[in-house]
Design a protein around this ligand. Sequence first.
Ligand code: 5RP
Length: 261
Amino acid sequence: TTNKPSDFALPDVKDLKPLDSEAETAKRLAAYRAVDKNIDFENHRIIGIGSGSTVVYVAERLGQYLLDPKYKPFVEKFICIPTGFQSIQLILDNGLQLGSIERNPVIDIAFDGADEVDTNLQLIKGGGACLFQEKLVSTSSKKFIIVADYRKWSPTSLGVKWTRGVPLEVVPSAYVRVKSDLINKLNCKKVVLRQGGSAKAGPVVTDNNNFILDADFGPIKDPKSLHVQLKLLLGIVETGLFIDNADIAYIGNSDGTVLIA
Ligand code: 5RP
């Protein structure tokens, strides 16, 4: 049949059929385009793979390249660095080689989703509670690429589209203290300890055995300064504000175009 791996030819983005929803189609478009335009098959070797539902399509696209005999010799040498358990699964499910950041502390290029992106490419991330490892991977990457759909693009400021608050990874024993410091010292409007699937599930526990607080500051005028103030509070391990970190963002639109910011 023509579907044997040796006959596989990379699908052209133009020929893809729409997915179930406009947003899903936009995510796939952004991710495929980002991979197609940014992977350097000759020179890249260590690839960071983020978390979330958009990066699924990044791993899928890399998996397609792996099936194409023209690209296979390059892609099978790639070592993919995950940002969490979902990301490990994505790498393995797409036949890619899994590596660790401990063995590969310098990453050539990393792809990740975002919960909100502003025009300066400042980001809110951590909707999936993987923000620490995502920040470790993205700040260890020579090039960090964001893939997202149109709902994440916030031309005015952060905190406008993503209204669930800035995700903060906190040491469990300090979460009550951090909550009160956020309200009393940093004028946070509302802060919630993130819970698992049901009320009975208890707090979400991160891959590093910490809790997540979602801290709503309303529209954020100066994300950099907020990030620095947050980091000074005892108990906050890392914030979901990714400052001066992303190099380029691919934002899939509902009309089939991609905004490159
Ligand atoms: C996880 C993240 C994700 O990248 C972010 O939540 C975006 O996810 P999605 O692509 O599903 O919208 O930061 O911690």
